[in-house]
Design a protein around this ligand. Structure first.
Ligand code: PHB
Length: 391
């Protein structure tokens, strides 16, 4: 009880400090992004950071007459760190915008963004409920539901009947599994078993063995960015790439950050994803080339969340003439539509969530490296879990 009061008191002080800060004219607008730069999810932070920095390198650091300053803070994917860092950046650095990363961190930052009245762009999290947690949250990443229902429908259409789900055991995994199972069973299929793999330092081998023993025709797998390489290696070590069992999933298992080193393990794998570095638009070709030059590696689906996150902030500032109060900014972001390297995207004015194309892709070797090649497009897909709850 005592502790609770103390925490509430600190936040009250923090919030009034923000009020005082924003009353004075600002020539610099600060954007504070909280992402994992170290620890098991460091690959995620590296990609978001590279995406945001590339956007600034291409579009300059002045918008609506204000200088933009990007601050990146490492939460090592610990939610309590994320909350503390967000609070510190509001109070000490006087940031006008926040960027949020992984689901647990984005969840813990939400009350801070709300009470501090700071517009926040969710650049990584793929869990539906995250954007409901604060009226000042806008998402430029994706949801797992967006992709998992579409791949379930595709699998049914292509003869899958018995599936096993292998899911990373945290919120986005649960949502991927839930939406997959809903659509798969609705189409007459059966999910024989759902296997949950620990999030940290996963060993997929025992789960893959169990999955194989169940003799499904299809394996639906979600692992988060940073784990596709390990997964692919263990998948091939078990001989599952030659077992005749179809491997499908949301785009994460064919992450472009890992694909170049997966050899033949994932060839033929079909996923429903929001971004492939092989997306054939001119804008994406330019993006992938610039990204490669700046970072030394292939752009992936995490990077575009950061890149587009900066875009939504820049364009909102143009619309508000540099005003940064959260209500004005969020109003400017609602309904915004633009072309991303991934294709056309927009911010749903009702939910503040991202609306984007979902592509069915097959992994093929092109010039000696595996790429997720798009062959079918579902346009302007919304998060199915939010759509279901709106009915
Ligand atoms: C999430 O934080 O929800 C998340 C992160 C990485 C992924 C998917 C989801 O690949």
């Amino acid at each position: 009880m005592h502790h609770k009061h103390f925490a509430a008191g600190c936040l009250a002080v923090a919030v009034s400090a923000i009020g005082a800060g924003s009353a004075t004219a600002q020539d610099t607008i600060k954007i504070g992004v909280v992402i994992p730069m170290t620890g098991t999810s460091a690959a995620v932070g590296r990609e978001v950071s590279a995406g945001t920095k590339l956007y600034m390198a291409q579009h300059g650091d002045t918008v609506a007459g204000k200088k933009i300053e990007l601050i990146i803070r490492d939460d090592a994917s610990v939610p309590d760190n994320a909350k503390r860092l967000a609070q510190e950046m509001i109070v000490n650095d006087k940031v006008s915008f926040l960027g949020a990363g992984l689901t647990p961190s984005a969840m813990s930052m939400a009350p801070i963004a709300t009470e501090g009245k700071v517009a926040t762009v969710v650049m990584v999290s793929g869990t539906s409920v995250v954007t409901d947690r604060s009226p000042y949250y806008v998402r430029t990443s994706f949801t797992l539901g967006q992709q998992s229902g579409i791949i379930a429908d595709w699998a049914i259409k292509n003869g899958s009947k018995k599936a096993v789900s292998v899911l990373s055991d945290w919120a986005p995994g649960a949502e991927a599994g839930k939406v997959f199972e809903q659509n798969f069973t609705k189409g007459g299929g059966q999910v024989l078993e759902t296997l949950k793999v620990p999030l940290a330092n996963p060993d997929f081998a025992p789960f893959l063995q169990r999955a194989r023993d169940l003799q499904p025709d299809t394996l639906f797998v979600f692992v988060p960015a940073g784990q596709a390489g390990t997964f692919a290696r263990q998948f091939a070590e078990r001989g599952l790439d030659k077992s005749g069992i179809k491997l499908i999933g949301p785009g994460d298992i064919t992450d472009d950050d890992d694909l170049p080193t997966t050899g033949d393990a994932l060839l033929g794998v079909v996923t429903a994803g929001i971004y492939s570095a092989a997306h054939p638009s001119q804008m994406n070709k330019d993006y992938v080339a610039a990204y490669q030059k700046a970072s030394g590696h292939r752009a992936n689906f995490i990077s575009v969340g950061g890149y587009d996150g900066m875009h939504v902030i820049y364009e909102a500032l143009k619309k508000t003439g540099g005003k940064t109060d959260a209500d004005t900014v969020i109003a400017a972001m609602k309904g915004m539509a633009w072309e991303s390297p991934r294709g056309p995207i927009s911010i749903d004015p009702r939910t503040r969530d991202i609306v984007q194309n979902v592509y069915i892709r097959k992994v093929e070797k092109i010039y000696g490296e595996p790429w997720a090649k798009e062959f079918e497009t579902f346009e302007a897909v919304k998060d199915p879990l939010k759509e279901a709850s709106a009915k």
